[in-house]
Design a protein around this ligand. Structure first.
Ligand code: C5P
Length: 232
């Protein structure tokens, strides 16, 4: 599939979120509701955002015992999420239960469930402190393969990891990539950033972009520019 654009609606101001969803939703493939917006406004906001855009990514990064995650994942499907995620760190039983629960809640298979591997905010020092003697890159690959074995549809991964994941997990595995910065946008607090063109070349399927679009003077024009760069 051609790479798609997902705009992150990161904020707590309901008015801003809904206005942005209304203005941008018809021009992009996806809008993402994350922890900040969800903890402020809950399921109703997800339902409302879903009326303005083809697909909603509910980015709650579920991580708990298998039964709890499975039930929460089914609730995400029922409230209109087309894509949701869990932490691979929850392990095989949790991921298998979550995938089975999503398939049961949406037998059509159109709702996708993906894994977050190693958070990009964790460097080797942080992993060592947590007791892991692995480099984050090798853990990312290992956890991506495990997610695939558990029946998940893909992973969240930086564009730098995307090429290796694509090689190991094959052409149908969904790779969703944040940390995108067009050459004309500020880096903000993102460290390992790549341009939209490079993310598409690396094999990412869905590019998640927040501030370069939402804080632009003309968010619609910024989204159009990024979509054009993704095609080029
Ligand atoms: O504004 P910006 O483009 O940096 O937003 C990126 C979005 O992707 C945010 O919603 C952020 O939480 C999310 N994200 C990320 N890095 C990850 C996982 C998710 O930036 N490793």
């Amino acid at each position: 599939m051609a790479a798609q654009l997902c705009v992150a609606l990161d904020g707590s101001d309901r008015n801003w979120i809904v206005t942005t969803a209304r203005n941008l939703g018809p021009h992009v493939n996806w809008l993402k509701v994350g922890l900040e917006a969800f903890t402020a406004h809950g399921p109703d906001l997800v339902r409302e955002v879903s009326t303005h855009v083809p697909s909603v990514f509910l980015d709650l990064k579920l991580h708990d015992i298998p039964t709890t995650v499975a039930r929460a994942a089914a609730n995400c499907v029922r409230l209109g999420a087309n894509l949701l995620n869990v932490h691979a760190g929850g392990g095989r039983a949790m991921m298998e239960a979550a995938a089975a629960s999503v398939r049961a809640a949406d037998p059509s298979g159109s709702t996708k469930i993906i894994a977050v591997t190693i958070l990009t905010s964790l460097d080797t020092t942080a992993l060592t402190e947590l007791g892991s003697d692995h480099q984050s890159e090798s853990l990312v690959l290992r956890w991506a393969e495990l997610a695939q074995q558990c029946g998940l549809d893909g992973v969240v991964a930086s564009a730098r990891e995307a090429e290796r994941i694509r090689r190991v997990c094959g052409p149908d595995f969904l790779i969703v990539t944040p940390g995108i910065r067009p050459s004309w946008a500020a880096g903000n607090d993102q460290r390992r950033i790549v341009t939209p063109e490079d993310a598409v070349s690396a094999g990412s399927n869905i590019l998640v972009v927040g501030r370069p679009i939402t804080t632009a003077d003309d968010p619609q024009a910024a989204a159009a520019k990024i979509l054009a760069e993704m095609k080029s």
